[in-house]
Design a protein around this ligand. Structure first.
Ligand code: 2RA
Length: 352
């Protein structure tokens, strides 16, 4: 029997991409049950060439489910993921609720697939999209050179903040398009008014050095996630990480500049070879020909794209990189689907 999959949070920004991905990837699933808040129950969504009706989140919705993917707010995952697990489903959760729980593995199939097998709570976490947008490339370089330190800046797309983030940028762009705004202090802010949505400042014609919520000593939750999750995925609990997260007026695809320091000397040729051959990573790096990844080209694609590969000018053990990844695909839905496929393979082997 093919396993039954539940998609919880099927109507959100990530859920919508998830349904596309499930329609495009190898069809390993039997029933795929779509679950959302009672408000969305009864809606019909396109999946694998058919219309599938959404059912309301309730305990009975997990009857007979083998794997349940969750893309819901932290507090909803906190309540419902253990319920799904208690009913026998392996949960793959995309919220922040369980990522740092020592009894919950945090999995990137190209980097630490083995970790998915040890899941005492029946829950596997999917990393945050900013971590995911760089970690496949870094995992490959770490395997060869041994990572010692990371200095990272993110350039995060508004869809990281969900549909509200996308709507906010689009509305703001309609208010500033074709004007001369962006030339005097505060003119963009006045044009946009209170319409800053999930962001603390206008994001159109601007960059905002903040993502997430406030943590101790001036750090943002997003910055703490990049540090803590990178350490957990790479199995480097003491990795030194310096990170600043920034929101930019891009709809989808997070970018990062990365200064990565290694245990050994590195050469650009070796680094390029590793990046070019690592599964899930594309090297796109010929600046003289105008070739480097940008969000406008990377959006809608699956791999992590790497360009601007240079050895640090003042440190022969360090590399500089520019990395782009679609935050709704590899950054969320795709990685979740890949983890679910790992679990399905394991269940199949156990039943065989
Ligand atoms: C963001 N990474 O981009 C967050 C979403 N999880 O806002």
């Amino acid at each position: 029997r093919k396993p039954t999959l539940a998609v919880v949070g099927a109507t959100g920004a990530v859920g919508t991409v998830m349904l596309q991905i499930l329609s495009q990837r190898a069809d390993i699933w039997g029933e795929i049950r779509l679950i959302a808040s009672p408000r969305s129950a009864g809606r019909k969504l396109a999946l694998r060439g058919e219309e599938v009706e959404v059912v309301a989140l309730a305990e009975a919705a997990f009857d007979g489910v083998d794997v349940a993917m969750f893309d819901v707010p932290d507090e909803v995952a906190e309540r419902w993921a253990p319920i799904a697990a208690s009913k026998g489903a392996v949960v793959v959760d995309n919220s922040g609720a369980f990522r740092m729980d020592p009894d919950v593995p945090l999995v990137v199939p190209e980097v630490n697939p083995h970790a998915a097998r040890l899941r005492p709570r029946g829950i596997i976490s999917n990393p945050n999209c900013t971590t995911l947008s760089m970690i496949v490339a870094l995992g490959a370089l770490h395997a060869e050179f041994g990572l010692r330190e990371l200095v990272v800046s993110s350039y995060q797309a508004v869809s990281g903040a969900g549909r509200r983030g996308i709507d906010t940028l689009r509305q703001q762009l309609s208010l500033v398009a074709g004007t001369e705004l962006g030339t005097t202090p505060g003119d963009v802010r006045r044009a946009v008014g209170d319409n800053t949505g999930p962001f603390p400042e206008p994001v159109a014609l601007n960059v905002v050095p903040w993502a997430g919520t406030a943590r101790e000593d001036g750090w943002s939750s997003e910055e703490m996630k990049v540090r803590d999750e990178s350490r957990k995925i790479l199995g480097l609990p003491d990795l030194r990480v310096a990170v600043t997260c920034v929101r930019v007026p891009v709809v989808t695809t997070h970018s990062l500049t990365v200064h990565a320091c290694f245990e050994r000397e590195v050469t650009v040729d070796q680094a390029r070879e590793i990046i070019a051959t690592a599964p899930g990573v594309v090297l796109f790096d010929d600046p003289a020909a105008g070739e480097f990844p940008t969000p406008a080209d990377v959006v809608g694609t699956d791999p992590t794209w790497v360009g601007r590969v240079r050895r640090a000018l003042d440190d022969p053990t360090a590399l500089e990189l520019f990395v782009c990844g679609d935050n709704l695909r590899k950054g969320s839905a795709l990685n979740t689907a890949q983890i679910a496929e790992l679990v399905a393979g394991e269940l199949r082997r156990a039943g065989a």
